[in-house]
Design a protein around this ligand. Structure first.
Ligand code: GDP
Ligand code: IMO
Ligand code: MG
Length: 427
């Protein structure tokens, strides 16, 4: 029953899409377990580039069954346009399964996300504006709409009424917006029902049976460890659990079934949106990382904030996820620097701190303590094995491994499927 979790070890955009796609050919199911279309996962196959938001990256591997688990929030219009976009490019999407328990991002959730951010002003989170937080809030408040509700008009109408009751008061009286009509929302949602019907399934049953039958299941996280609602840099986080435990709740699979947890780790650090980021660079190096690494958001088109590698974050990710392996990505982007600083600890109010402080105030005051490693100038994009890497690149990888607390089992040296050095097999 090999069940692998693949998740972001930093603030998202580590290269989860590429890593998932790489394994897609050898696994039977790829499952998204949390988040929604706030994610943007890039997969490059030959000369074709795909940006996936809601669909698991396994959809591009013909033998693989893609699954949207109960923990995901689904915007039906985005899902349908993502499916038709792939169909137009010749990708077969007919095997997709969607949990009937997944929550639906309604148009009013998107409105509330945008209005709330606007009113937060300079305290805003910098969300993707896709309605993620408000949809999870409705779920927790027990006024959410689930995919299965699209198949019972009477229940759907009652639930939309319940959800809009308070929201319309807030929208009209506090935010000075027009009230949203129940009928209009119900009509729009019912319009998606037939198109989604062929995909809706009891995914919990399907996945547990698959594991009993010794099939290989890969859980693909969205976002990253430091964006986790419980373990991230709250409140500058997303509203779900990208960390390993989220795979269990978000797919209905027990923790005893998980055999491996792979952390995707960029060879430097990026972040989109607001919130603390100790190694952030505001100089020419930051600009160069952004340019060479192509660090622009796949979902929102925003420039990503860039900084040096932070080993404190990586150690933290190892701990809260129980990581068994790292997949180090974008090592090629660092080619050409004479020296590469790596953050090994923080200095907080004059004291050296080795681990992520639990207090938000301390983290906001954390200054990086750097060690400098020698760089390399040789092109590494054609490297196929660890020994093909220049000595300084090897030493950089080994140093990161030592500091981060789990073996680096694969290294990305370019965006393409084949631009990967595999050290230990994941399966
Ligand atoms: P995700 O959200 O974790 O799937 O990551 P994104 O797709 O948002 O961002 C990662 C970007 O880096 C994408 O443009 C990938 O094509 C690219 N990428 C992934 N791995 C590598 C790598 O090893 N080297 C280079 N140069 N690019 C990579
Ligand atoms: P992938 O899966 C990077 C960030 C947003 C914002 C915060 C909350 O591609 O790694 P939300 O819309 O989720 O309520 O926004 O989380 N964020 C991401 N940052 N990669 C992502 O996804 C992200 N998804 C959300 O920028 O700071
Ligand atoms: Mg992304």
């Amino acid at each position: 029953m090999p069940a692998l979790v693949l998740l972001g070890a930093q603030w998202g955009d580590e290269g989860k899409g590429k890593a998932t796609d790489l394994l897609g050919g050898s696994v039977d199911y790829v499952v998204r377990y949390q988040g929604g279309n706030n994610a943007g996962h890039t997969v490059v196959v030959g000369d074709q580039k795909y940006a996936l938001h809601l669909l698991p990256s396994g959809i591009l591997s013909p033998g693989c069954i893609p699954v949207i688990g109960n923990g995901v929030v689904v915007d039906p219009s985005v899902l349908l346009s993502e499916l038709s976009g792939l169909n137009e490019r010749g990708v077969d999407t007919s095997k997709l399964l969607i949990s009937g328990n997944a929550h639906v991002i309604t148009p009013y959730n998107v409105t509330v996300d945008k209005v709330t951010e606007r009113f937060l002003g300079k305290r805003k989170i910098g969300t993707t504006g896709r309605g993620i937080g408000p949809t999870y809030a409705d779920k927790i408040n027990r006024v959410g709409i689930r995919v299965q509700d699209l198949y019972d008009e009477s229940i759907l109408t009652q639930k939309v009424e319940a959800a809009l009751d308070v929201k319309n008061q807030i929208l009209t009286k506090l935010y000075n917006r027009r009230a949203i009509a129940v009928d209009q929302v119900v009509e729009e949602l019912l319009g998606y029902a037939d198109k989604l019907q062929p995909y809706v399934a009891d995914t919990v049953l399907v996945l547990n049976q698959a594991l009993e039958d010794d099939k290989v299941v890969l859980f693909e996280g969205g976002q990253g460890t430091l964006l986790d609602i419980d373990h991230g840099t709250y409140p500058f986080v997303t509203s779900s659990n990208p960390t390993a435990g989220g795979a269990c709740t978000g797919a209905g699979v027990g923790p005893t079934k998980i055999s491996r947890v792979i952390g995707i780790l960029k060879a430097y650090t990026t972040r989109v949106g607001a919130g603390p980021f100790p190694t952030e660079l505001f100089d020419a190096d930051g600009e160069a990382l952004r340019r060479i690494g192509g660090e622009r958001g796949v979902t929102t088109g925003r420039d990503r904030r860039c900084g040096w590698f932070d080993a404190v974050i990586a150690r933290y990710a190892t701990r809260v996820n129980g990581l068994t392996d790292f997949f180090l990505t974008k090592l090629d982007v660092l080619t050409g620097w004479e020296e590469i600083p790596v953050c090994v600890a923080y200095e907080i109010d004059g004291k050296r701190v080795e681990e992520l402080p639990y207090s938000q105030t301390d983290f906001h005051h954390a200054k990086p303590v750097y060690e400098t490693l020698p760089g390399w100038s040789e092109d590494i994009t054609k490297a196929k094995s660890f020994s093909d890497l220049p000595k300084n690149a090897q030493a950089y990888v080994k140093a990161l491994e030592e500091m981060s607390g789990a073996p680096i089992s694969a290294i990305g040296v370019g965006p393409g499927r084949t631009e990967t050095i595999e050290i230990n097999s994941f399966l």
